[in-house]
Design a protein around this ligand. Structure first.
Ligand code: BEZ
Ligand code: FE
Length: 298
């Protein structure tokens, strides 16, 4: 029996070989990395469609979901990043780029609330300008490199939710702008300290398609309580990480899979009137120490 010529023509569509056929069409992509990424994406997408037997209705629903995800994005809202976050892709990309080796402080996702620049503050200052309650705390730390040498003058950028679980940008007019944000410069020994309030756990934004995805999958939207920390210095690889509050709800089910055990710390109660007065805090207060080890470039 002779085969129909169309069945063997290189460009003819064939469901069984669809991934290969479309991948071959990308062979002329000049940038080799772009060619690799697109080829693999096409192969995996075609394999997915075949594995689940995707129907036209399901395909249209998927396109509609992605369309609404894009439509939800604006200058301060990035629904696609949120989608990547709740699917664990952001954490995977970050962790592959910064593998844990025990020698350096581990990284985690940056999140969308760093869009507002942190105000420079002096060591020991409070970042809690609103002072609307919660547990006062002292955060101390020291930035060192892989050889244990201090990174003098390192910049420590911090931002966090308040004791009710809200960032300043979620309470415009209610709290001072840039409340619970601060940019500190470590001293000559790499040390830093500031005052704050223990942050509360909070939900990621749920008023968009990603919220719908979480609801449809029976997942809660909460992030375990954390303080964002970004450490940078000339000649040092910038570290973007969190300090998680030990005992917080959702440490084992963080909505964006951001928790790494090494980043969970006790915010221990200190009952010491003299130390409290020394730091300008009420007694008792909570204290967390966060030694940070960063990688020198090269
Ligand atoms: C955050 O920690 O600020 C965050 C991270 C990912 C998604 C939403 C919020
Ligand atoms: Fe956060």
């Amino acid at each position: 029996m002779t085969e129909h010529p169309a069945a063997t023509a290189p460009g003819a569509f064939d469901a069984a070989r669809s991934g290969e056929i479309v991948a071959a069409s990308l062979a002329g992509t000049a940038d080799p990395r772009l060619r690799e990424l697109l080829t693999s994406l096409v192969r995996h997408t075609h394999a997915f469609v075949k594995e689940v037997g995707l129907t036209p209705e399901e395909w249209a629903a998927g396109v509609d979901f992605l369309t609404r995800t894009g439509q939800k994005c604006d200058a301060v809202r990035q629904e696609f990043v949120l989608l990547s976050d709740v699917l664990g892709v952001s954490m995977l990309v970050d962790t592959l780029a910064h593998p844990a080796d025990g020698a350096y402080t581990e990284s985690t996702v940056e999140g969308p609330f760093h869009l507002v620049a942190s105000p420079p503050r002096a060591l020991g200052d409070t970042i809690d300008e609103a002072a609307r309650g919660g547990d006062p705390c002292l955060v101390t730390g020291r930035v060192t490199d892989g050889d244990g040498r201090p990174v003098a003058g390192a910049r420590i950028d911090v931002w966090q939710a308040d004791a009710d679980g809200f960032y300043d940008v979620q309470r415009p007019g209610e709290v001072p702008e840039r409340n619970l944000r601060g940019l500190f410069t470590a001293d000559g020994d790499g040390r830093f300290r500031f005052r704050s309030v223990v942050p509360r756990y909070y939900p990621v934004p749920t008023d968009g398609p990603v919220g719908g995805l979480l609801a449809a999958t029976g997942r809660h939207p909460y992030r375990a309580a954390h303080l964002h920390v970004e450490v940078s210095a000339p000649g040092v690889v910038t570290l973007t990480t969190h300090l998680f509050v030990a005992g917080s709800p959702h440490l084992d089910s963080d909505a964006v899979f951001g928790v790494k055990e090494s980043l969970v710390r006790e915010f221990a109660e200190v009952d010491d009137a003299e130390r409290a007065a020394e730091h300008g805090l009420p007694n008792p207060f909570r204290h967390v120490d966060f030694p940070v080890t960063v990688r020198r470039e090269g």
